[in-house]
Design a protein around this ligand. Structure first.
Ligand code: GLN
Ligand code: ZN
Length: 778
């Protein structure tokens, strides 16, 4: 009897959060001391077990372990190698690292002191920095390494989890973050020191770990090195050769599957293929074209893991098309040379589509979340090993859904297509250049020098949240809800007048989220009930899904703006989210280029801008908080992205009269490399996060003779601390060294929605005072 061998199916990693966000609940309960560490550990263990069993049941044959994390896998790796910065008070040898030390690194620690006069400094420790994992919306904790950093294997988590699965009868392929990617994601606590220099020391820990995994019974290990899809320096490429030479010798019988994802290997392909590894995973969702090349150049014995199913988006895969591409290439390979997998870990997609009971049935039939993606992979594996006929019915159902989607009137709106075709260059340009139009704006607005404003939102108090929730659940009528919001706006406007702000905002109390609020009112978006994905730690988001052509059936913000403006003579800003940010914080349809979807959103925002102007708004702010976020990983692709992103912003913003002032806002301070694009956006005023950078980021604008106005944030809204007016004044004088006085606006770093009124009130009073003092000096 011969057993038919089948192409193996891998997932690379699973969502950790649980079907019903069990991990979040367990974490928060532990943090608020409502439950014990053991309860948290038990929830975590049960989640791992459920994931392993689910994968077995769904036909996954290569099952990962150590993909689970209580908070973040990069933090886990830092802890595993003993890279705990000094101020967390951990002493080497105290192994495993205590849970509360781990969480202090992730979230900071408030300190024990009871009364506020003595509270803080001594006991409080800050959280480590957090930043985006490559070009995703997942945030990892940035490891901090000293130039004399010592490493020691300080957690056996990869081994423990391997054994845990084994006890259930499941032999897993442990996943670990590769040493080079780890070092490249780390920052050095010593100025000018490059963590990559720590590689030889770090490798000793990895060697030890691999030996222990082998000893525990592992045959394979998956080592993630997404750094292989970014631009590497020659010495970094060489570091790969050095590292994998050592690792392959450390445990010679432990096979390494080197996983790359989020892009093409490109000029690192030669490096990857020269490494002494047993397998290589490549991302064929982002970069399908690399299959042929890899096939041609790969050494004969190398196992290739084909990342054919998109691990970052929610659409059902076109299995026939994938087979059409892949089958001819792998046709003559032995079956044990190939694996099928998602392009990257399934961490970035929601858990299970079946939980969505309220979703439009057609749209639902076009989607696939993590659970469904496993099924897609097994269908592909069957088709590759036993032929298409084995799965003919499955393939037909996918094809039928694809045809339905491609022709659905829900997706295609001829009016949007016509509008898109009608976009002309003149629609992406203000009537006059800044130098010209600013005169009309000065004339109309009559603002004092160093005008003061805020970024838009005021504190979302418990009361505001409760009212929104009550309204959403039907417990509060729309009328009562609206009345409540009006009262909030009235108070906010009155208070801003009272403290003397020059340009006011309505406060954004009606908004749950700066993207969702707009997405809910635009056609072409749907929302889910349970489709959460981890953003960081216990914070999950439910991105809107763009499934069809986007249009704006009705004005979205005009009513709120009108009400706010009716309460005051001072200008109230119209407040919008920009097209690029709406795009980047959504799941985007995969049947159109992102640039085209963005253009549709831009046209909708453009209509809103014009309606606000018609209603009388003199200032309109269009936030592009996430423009930088989706910057391609490879520098060579930056220009094309920035080009369409900026064009979309211009399409949304330039239809107004010269006298109408367009603001934009960005919450990051790394401008140097994209300054051309920022200048190109041609907003009359741009507010940016700056308070922590000592205004150095303004240097970037200097080289351009940038004439437009800038509001460098002088109040750090990410901290509960209230800055004094002197402190803000000294930031302003730093700004004055770099900009002309008439360019400078005075504002906080970002919106104030996450702060308390008790912090916001004194801080803004101080901010106004700083501006006034400056005016009186001139
Ligand atoms: N206008 C938004 C607010 O103030 C901007 C938020 C953001 O930049 N993230 O909340
Ligand atoms: Zn911001």
């Amino acid at each position: 009897m011969s057993i038919l061998q089948k192409v193996p199916v891998a997932t690379l990693g699973m969502p950790r959060i649980g079907r019903r966000r069990e991990l979040k609940r367990a974490l928060e309960s532990y943090w608020s001391q409502k439950s014990a560490a053991d309860d948290l550990f038990e929830t975590a263990r049960a989640l791992r077990e459920a994931n392993w069993i689910e994968q077995c049941d769904r036909g996954v044959t290569i099952i990962p372990s150590n993909d689970f994390s209580l908070y973040d896998h990069v933090l886990d790796t830092a802890v595993m190698v003993g890279a705990v910065p000094e101020h967390y008070g951990w002493s080497e040898g105290d192994v495993p690292i205590p849970l509360d030390t781990y969480f202090a690194m992730a979230r900071g620690h408030q300190g024990e002191a009871a009364d506020s006069a003595t509270a803080g400094v001594d006991h409080a420790v800050r959280a480590m920095e957090m930043t985006k994992w490559f070009d995703t919306n997942y945030h990892y904790i940035v490891p901090e390494l000293a130039d004399d950093q010592a490493f020691a294997l300080s957690s056996a988590k990869p081994v423990d989890h391997f054994l845990e699965a084994r006890a259930l009868g499941i032999r897993t392929r442990p996943v670990i973050l590769g040493p080079i990617t780890f070092l490249k994601l780390s920052k050095s606590s010593a100025r000018g020191f490059n963590p990559i220099a720590l590689l030889p020391k770090l490798l000793s820990v990895y060697e030890k770990l691999l030996r222990r995994l082998k000893l525990a019974g592992a045959d394979w290990v998956q080592i993630d090195e997404p750094a292989l899809v970014v631009d590497l320096l020659p010495n970094e490429q060489a570091a790969f050769e050095f590292a994998y030479d050592r690792l392959s010798k450390a445990a010679p019988d432990l096979k390494i599957m080197l996983a790359t994802y989020f892009g093409a290997l490109g000029d690192n392909l030669g490096t990857a293929l020269s490494l002494p590894i047993a397998g290589l995973h490549i991302d064929l969702a982002c970069a399908p074209e690399q299959l042929e090349l890899v096939d041609r150049l790969a050494p004969k014995g190398l196992v290739l893991s084909l990342g054919v199913i998109d691990g970052r988006n929610v659409w059902r895969a076109n299995l026939s098309a994938i087979l059409g591409r892949v089958k001819p290439i792998v046709a003559d390979w032995p079956l044990d040379r190939v694996e099928v997998a998602p392009s990257c870990s399934l961490l970035h997609v929601p858990v299970d589509l079946e939980l969505e009971t309220a979703l439009d049935q057609d749209i639902k039939s076009w989607l696939a979340f993590a659970t469904q993606k496993m099924e897609e992979l097994t269908v592909l594996a069957s088709a590759l090993s036993e032929g298409r006929d084995m799965v003919a019915a499955e393939l037909r159902s996918v094809d039928d859904a694809a045809v339905a989607r491609a022709t659905s009137p829900k997706v295609h709106d001829p009016l949007v297509e016509r509008k898109l075709a009608g976009i002309a260059d003149c629609m992406k340009q203000r009537k006059s250049a800044f130098a010209e139009r600013t005169r009309f704006q000065i004339e109309k607005l009559r603002l004092p020098p160093f005008p003061t404003t805020t970024i838009g939102s005021f504190p979302q108090t418990q009361e505001v949240r409760d009212a929104r929730a009550a309204h959403a659940k039907g417990r509060l009528s729309y009328l009562a809800y609206e009345l409540f919001l009006r009262k909030e706006i009235e108070e906010a406007i009155g208070w801003q007048e009272e403290i003397g702000l020059d340009v006011l905002v309505h406060g954004e109390f009606e908004r749950n989220d700066m993207v969702q609020y707009f997405a809910e009112q635009l056609s072409g978006f749907v929302f889910t009930q349970h489709a959460w994905v981890q953003s960081y730690g216990s914070r999950y988001v439910r991105p809107p899904i763009i499934f069809g052509d986007v249009s704006r059936p009705n004005p979205m913000t005009v009513k709120w703006w009108e009400f706010a403006q009716s309460l005051t003579k001072r200008p109230v800003k119209g407040m919008l989210t920009g097209p690029v940010t709406i795009l980047n914080w959504s799941f985007v349809r995969d049947d159109l280029p992102r640039s085209v979807v963005c253009r549709q959103i831009a046209l909708a925002i453009r209509e809103e801008v014009l309606d606000l102007e018609k209603a009388g708004a003199q200032i309109i702010q269009i936030d592009e908080a996430a423009l930088r976020e989706r910057l391609p990983l490879r520098k060579s692709n930056w220009e094309s992205y920035l080009d369409w992103a900026v064009q979309c912003f211009r399409l949304a913003s330039t239809a107004v009269d010269d006298a109408t002032q367009i603001h934009t806002h960005m919450c990051y301070s790394e401008f140097n490399e994209i300054i051309n694009a920022i200048v190109d956006m041609d907003a009359d005023v741009i507010s940016i996060e700056a308070s922590r950078s000592q205004m150095e980021l303004l240097d970037a604008f200097q080289g351009f003779d940038y004439p437009n106005e800038i509001g460098p944030g002088i109040y750090d809204v990410h901290s509960p601390r209230v800055p004094g007016s002197d402190e803000m004044a000294s930031l302003l004088s730093l700004a004055r060294e770099r900009l002309s006085d008439h360019q400078i606006w005075v504002n906080p770093d970002c919106g104030l929605k996450t702060r308390q009124w008790e912090e916001v009130r004194p801080a803004l009073i101080n901010m106004v005072e700083a501006a006034r003092n400056l005016r009186s000096l001139r």
